[in-house]
Design a protein around this ligand. Sequence first.
Ligand code: ZN
Length: 267
Amino acid sequence: MATTRTETTPVSCPTAAGGGTVASTVPVGAVHAEGSPLDWGASLVEGKVVLDETVAPNAPWSAVVRTGHVLTIVDVGGNQSADCLLYNADDPEERYSVPDTLAWQGNAYVRTGTVLRSSEGRPLMTVVANEVDRQDTIGGACGKESNTLRYGHHVMFQHGCRENFLAEALRRGLGVRDIVSNLNWFMNVPVEADGALGIVDGMSAPGRRVAVRAETDALVMVSNCPQMNNPCNDFNPTPLRMIVVEPAPVADDSRSAHAARTAKEGA
Ligand SMILES: [Zn+2]
């Protein structure tokens, strides 16, 4: 459903003398293929909905997900990178750590079962369901400085995920020192046989979802990636839907089964 969108958008600029216009390559509002219905999806885990919000294209978002609650992120329009940072809500000095997460599991990709660990090595959240083959946590976040370096000075006024993170961090009493390496839900960053990384066409699709369970009260910050200079968003930024549920008691079966299995293996 994604369309390639490279034309510039005229934006009214009230500060310009005579009320002129400036050209911006950043899309304004939702952009979708004409006539295509959006699949707003539903929670991947059954339970009582405690939060249900949409994130506009290009915008930041954050919420505290309580211990045991499950956040489902819906890639509403398909191939939309949701850059994500996690913090211990009670002590944000403890935050998501890429090396702890990857070294602990011995694999470069984030998939169902991946425990998202903190800078202290403790579990912050666990991926409990995932509808794309693999999720990325190596590719990093875009920003106006890196965009300018990679794509040229004509993109220096486009905001990136780093600017989204900083804006949202400010609302939470955090700042530039708290922005660390991140997760990229729905972004395709293959690790090639020779170890090279690529940021290539996405493998997600409209309505695909990922669900993460909070293992402690977790502050989740997301940037709905505004990148328009590489294919990570299909050149078509689309909305995200964020649904938090308090799982029904039956959802704890997987935990009980895991506990039983662990006890058996330990015996
Ligand atoms: Zn980005």
